[in-house]
Structure formats: structure tokens, C-alpha cells
Design a protein around this ligand. Sequence first.
Ligand code: 6PG
Length: 452
Amino acid sequence: MKSDIGLIGAGAIGGNLALNIADNNHRVVVLDLDKAKVQNIVDDDITDNITMAKSLQDLVSSLKSPKIIILSVKAGPLIDSIIQDLYPLLDERDIIVDGGNSNFKETIKRNRHLKDKNIEFVGMGISGGSSGARNGPSLMIGGSEDAWAILSPILRSIAANYDGISCCDHVGSDGAGHFVKTIHNGIEYGIMQLISEVYQLMRDGLDLTNLDIANIFDEWNKGELQSYLIEITANILRIENENGTSFIDTILDKAAQKGTGRWSAELALELGVPATIISSSVFQRIISSFKEDRVALGDLYKIKGENIVLENGIHTIYDALHLGIILSYVQGFLILYHGSIEYNWELNYSSIAKIWGDGCIIRAKLLKDLVREFESDPMLSNLLYASYLIRQIKSKYSALKIITSSAISANYAVPSLSSAINFINSYLRGNLPTNLVQAQRNFFGNHKLEFI
Ligand code: 6PG
């Protein structure tokens, strides 16, 4: 019997996707250079829907027509080399789906290249990590309507659900899916950095234990801040090593990155979007990587973090974090809006907020509010005009101001919280000192002046 889907790459994501596809009654044929990995998946499959391909040729000839092949391999040149090998084996209307974190500009090029032979190339943003891939990821699909019509029954059946709606949708043509996924990750970077900043304030400024902080995050996760990233933060802070020491205290303070956060920041610059929380989170990961310098310079300068005294401290930190997180989404959606215009995608923002409602890393209760705002005004270009956001920003502004200034006074780095307050104090102001910058620029460069 022929298979419905071919899958290349049996790593943590690919393997779990194959099992998820099989559970949903689709037959999958899997290829990986490491045959043992594929065998493990075949062994784990209780549906008998998964088979192993011996070669690329074998994979292709085992598929129904039009053939659908999902790539779950490292983004970059490997995708091009697989496309090159597949090209002579595929026919018109066959579909290659790139399920990696590829750069959407590469996806646009690959899509154009394969059009020569009428082969569909779909860029599929997948979020939710390996457990999402197994139990229901969030899927952002970019490609033609024709390809989407063929893929949607299968992809929707394996995705997460948000209030009964599948967290899988067609977001636009060619690179749109990978673009939306990139911005998802940019928002993810911003939120993770904001959480780490308040963790530091509670750990070092308020001298709380990891267990205290875990309990606080758990409590926060019951309210408006309910989200996957807050939930896992509480869980991580509770983990103990075998010898009883705290797991988090044994982790080096260096965070690597694979590219999507940086691309989000680069896109913000290219498109002229002030995504300052997202970009500061990328820079903070970069600073974190200079561990040896930080240790040496710390000894040299001896600027130490101090205790923070706050009235109603935890509640104020909660409000500050909440507002920072809201503004990360605001900035992410601003990049989406400007990218959509630049690349003619006509992105549907309520649909994207629904895709992100469950299954993905930035899933959060807040997404429900964003869906409501975008549904009531589908042309909304900037969430700062949305009534829910206006209420939130007004009520939490002073907390963000207090926390940022207290943190800086006590010598803590809060680049993303302070980007958030500076974003408010700039973008929400009709009067900036940039008249002087304009005048200076004209003074030495003889540029054209704009007057009031
Ligand atoms: C997701 C994650 C996933 C991955 C990122 C992390 O949505 O499931 O975002 O795509 O964990 O690649 O990126 P960094 O390695 O750059 O932090």
C-alpha cells in the first residue's frame, strides 16, 4: 500500500511528527541516513502506518500522487542539496514541505526555483518542540493555495487545537509561513529575556530562593499571565539534581541562538519597525556568551547588584513583566504587519493569533485577547490602538517604570524591561527631542528640513 506522506529526517521533531501523522491515520514513509533512528520510530508506532524507506528513490516510489515530502532536517544548505536530489524524481504538482526553521528569504528563492517544474515548495513553520511535534504542534503554512488544499486535511489533523480550532493555517504564499515562524521566535526571545530579568530581580534583588520564585511563577500562571513559558519557568526552578542541589544553579549563564531571533531583529531594522524588546533580547544573549570577559571585568569594576526594597514588590514585578510581555507581542505583530505589506502576503492577524493560541512556545492566555481585538478590527495595523491593550498599558505603566528604575538603581541589567518602558515613553509621545537630531543632521549634512 502506498503512503500518504514521505518524511526525511528522523530526529526529535521528525520522528515525533511521523508518529503523530501515523496516529491520525495517515501512512508515512520515513528516510534517514541513520537507519536505527527510523527503526526506533517504526518500533514505537502502534498503528502500523509507518514504514522505513531504504533510499530517496524508494521513498519517492512509495508515495501516492501528488507526492508529499516533509523535510525535517537542519535549515541551510542541506535543504538545497535534498531538493537537488529530489528534483529529477518528482513530477508536476508534487509537494516538498520544509518543516525547519529556514530563513524565509531562502524559502522564497526555493519556491521560485521549483516553480520551473511546477513542483510546489511549502515553507512550514513548526512550533512546540519535540513534544508539540508528537502531541499537536502549531503550524504556520506558506505556499500556494493549491498546495494548501492538498495538505490541509493531513496537517490540520496533526496540529494542536485552540478552542476547537486547528492551530494550523495557510498564512500566505511562498515564505510567509517561515516569516511568521521567525517572528514567533522573536517574540519568544523577548518573553524569555523578560522572564529572566524578573527572575534575577527576585533571586538577587529580593534574595528569594528558587523554590520561592517557582511558587510565585506558579501563582502568576493561574491569572492573566498564564502561558507555557511561565509554566515551564516554575517547573525548571523546582528541578533538583541527584545530590539535592538546585538544577538551575548548576546551569551556565550563557544562552546560544540558532538565528531566528537575530533574523527578527534584522527584519525589524530592514522594515523600519521599533522592535526594541526583541532586539535587546538578542543582544543580551550575545553579551551572555562573553562569559570569560564578564567574569574578568566583573572583578575589575566591582559593580555589584544590591538589594531592592519595593512596596508590594511581587505584585509590581508581576505587572511590569505582564506589560513587557504584552509589548513583545505588540512589536512582533508590528513586524508581521510591515512584512506583510513588503512581501504582499495579506497576513490575517486573528488567524495567526489563533495558530499561536496553542501548541507553540508562545501560547498564552493573552492570545485570546489578541484574537478578539483582531476579529473586531481585521485592519488593525498596530495593537497599541486596541482597547484591551490601552487599558493594560495604562494600568501597568507605573509598575514597569518602578521596576525598571529600581532595577537600574540596584545595578541590575534589565535591557528588555527598559526597552519596554522606553518604547512606551517614545512611541506613545507626540513630542520627542528628535527635532534637535533633525536640525543637527541638517547642520552638517545639508539635508532637507521638515518644519512643524
Ligand atoms: C519552537 C522553538 C524552536 C526552537 C528554536 C529556538 O517554536 O518550537 O522556537 O523553533 O527551540 O529554534 O531557537 P534558539 O535555539 O535560537 O533559541
